[in-house]
Design a protein around this ligand. Structure first.
Ligand code: SF4
Length: 291
């Protein structure tokens, strides 16, 4: 298989075959992210995609779900995504879902008809890096869109029949802004109804632009306790049916995932875990790691 540089996928896609169609990230500007800093953005040639599909086929296993890497494979033009899906379907007629990471910016360059065409070609379950629904935090993270744009694009996506997973970053708004961050984010999700909500705490990665913002005092980190309180606040505000809450990334201090209909139990579980936790751990800021 052709895998170039860093390759990431959602933890829930651990059993999904990965097909490389892009390399790195087309945006490469989020202040908190260093994931693809050594990998210039690129687009895989169709020959490589064809060779990888042949290799996948040679394993003799049915493929009902396929994850396109890398960071925002949905940046590709509608025609290219359609060509890729047609090749996938010719190798694996049984495929039900072609999924990938996508950004709000990627949706902006697709018309409603483009999205309906791609949905018919079995694209679905896009993992979308929203991080937050709070405009000052979106600007600080340099996501390249604001919440109004997120509403517009997500409505368009839903209208085309897509499900989406909202990727969120706890603590994105910084110290003292937990309440408004949770509220604005919950408003966005309650309106656009993702089928999954994925939360992980923000991390200040050495060498990231966010580290510089921290050093300049333009961003003040929350403690672990504040991020867990934000997670509970967000959960309490979410009113979405048929939604899975995923909070079991290895960065989550209290790993917990469940159907959102059990949100009361999830909140109680986090509460119990916090009570058993060392005070020093709760009052520290998250140790700096790579993201
Ligand atoms: S968070 Fe996603 S969109 Fe932003 S730079 Fe990193 S990989 Fe690219």
């Amino acid at each position: 298989m052709h895998y170039t540089g860093e390759v990431y996928r959602h933890p829930m896609e651990a059993n999904t075959p990965l097909l490389e169609v892009t390399i790195g990230c087309s945006h490469l500007a989020c202040t908190f992210c260093t994931m693809y800093r050594n990998t210039p953005f690129g687009i895989s040639p169709m020959e490589h995609i064809e060779e990888d599909l042949e290799e996948l086929k040679s394993y003799g296993r049915p493929v009902t779900r396929l994850f396109l890497v890398n960071a925002d494979a949905f940046v590709l033009s509608t025609d290219k995504l359609a060509r890729i899906a047609e090749r996938i379907i010719s190798y694996f007629p049984e495929v039900e879902t072609i999924t990938c990471y996508a950004s709000i910016k990627n949706l902006k360059n697709k018309s409603p008809d483009d999205l309906k065409r791609l949905r018919k070609l079995r694209y679905n379950d896009l993992h979308i890096g929203l991080e937050t629904g709070y405009n000052p935090a979106l600007a600080m993270l340099n996501k390249g869109f604001d919440k109004e744009e997120a509403y517009r694009q997500l409505y368009k996506l839903k209208e085309a029949g897509f499900q989406y997973d909202a990727l969120l970053m706890l603590g994105a708004a910084g110290k003292g802004k937990s309440e408004i961050n949770a509220r604005e984010t919950a408003n966005l999700l309650n309106e656009t109804k993702p089928y999954m909500v994925t939360v992980l705490p923000i991390s200040v990665v050495p060498g990231s632009k966010l580290e510089t913002l921290c050093q300049n005092g333009e961003y003040v980190e929350q403690t672990e306790l504040e991020m867990l309180e934000e997670e509970k606040r967000l959960l309490s505000l979410l009113e979405i049916k048929n939604c899975y809450f995923f909070g079991s990334h290895y960065f989550n201090l209290v790993p917990v995932s469940s159907d959102l209909k059990y949100k009361k139990e999830i909140i109680e579980y986090i509460d119990r875990a916090m009570k058993e936790m060392d005070e020093a751990v709760l009052h520290r800021v998250k140790p700096r790691g790579r993201l």
